[in-house]
Design a protein. Sequence first.
Length: 453
Amino acid sequence: MTTQGRITRDELFHRIDAGEIDTIITAVTDMQGRLQGKRIDARFFMEDLKDGVVEGCSYLFASDVEMNTVDGFALTSWERGYNDLAFRSDFSSIRIVPWFEKTVIMFCDVETTDHEPIDVSPRQVLQHQIDRLAERGWHGLTGTELEFIVFTNSYEEAWTNGYRTMVPANQYNVDYSLQGTSRIEPLLGRLRREMRAAGMIVESVKGECNFGQHEIAFKYDHLMDKADEHGLYKLGAKEIAAQEGVSLTFMAKYNEREGNSCHIHLSLRDEDNNAVFAGDGPHGFSKVFEHFLAGQLKYARELSVLLAPNINSYKRFVEGSFAPTALLWGLDNRTCAFRVVGHGPSLRFECRVPGGDVNQYMALSALVAAGLAGLEEELELPAAFPGNAYVADAPRVPTTLHEAAELFAASTMARKAFGDEVVDHYAHAARVEVAAFNAAVTDWERYRGFERL
């Protein structure tokens, strides 16, 4: 049975023959978590590319946010000629893209042209961690909760004005406000309907605290399907906003008010779909869950570059902002970095560290790797923290991308879980961002120093 918005390879070719599909987007995910790729004529794809392999430049996995080529990556360089890589379509990932006519998207895995996998590709990094779970007879279920801020300005107006004088869609805190969400229900309603038509199960929409801030929630799914869905939703939300003449941002900290979070829920099931985290221990936990959650606490600092990958990510971690600062866990405690919710089959933890700018494949990989390390080391879980974690005496989330990059590069656990190539690649990417930021002169410096210093 085909799920709405999801089609099989055979159905794709049938619809192409019938003239119902004329465009196929083949997409890879770059280091920043963005979808990159090509729009391919559907009939050409069916007649000439039935194996689903297209090619693209390797610099997609060795460039910064601005798509500048960057030295220092082992994968590719000017000396190596920035060769092509093969993007192999995953035909199980086909989704309708309803906000464009007659269009579907397929997610691709990345290989060399000699069919060797590219380990630093985010989709491959996550697949490796999924395979590690499968070795134990488990699979992961996850939900990623993205917040965004809507502005009445178009993206072009925002760019031209240097992102100044932006007008948020709401002028006050609309957290849970039905009146606040009704102000932009035409946009929010379209997002819900279009995403459902793309195969996503929409749960709800609500206002958030920052001006113009909202969140659409989707039902949990398997790790890879949810990571793919997350990427398509994020791209689609921006594309639909542009079609409506407005703009929205997922950046972690747009201004000094509340940032955009991406809370990630994670649980495990066995081969019979039984809940792995549920047990007869305190709070209904299994020993597996205790070790798995203890691994999050021990290794969150070392893996924070995968949970908070940008300079701006670290400006979100402010006391009293609902973004965590202390690496503690609590029972339904939103001041902790890890919040445990649900009971029995629904028991899970919520990681509150990531912001809306996160690379979802890398963040999920970090959570699985930390949990498996906790299991392998049989780490003991400390007691739940019951109070205000912002004032607790506990390890803290790193305060800068520089600190996070160095912790990651030095992590023995990360190198064991991901391999040296992946660790060196993403540590270097973070250092590139730090260097670019350190070289930039900001508005903050001009305002403070132009006249008064």
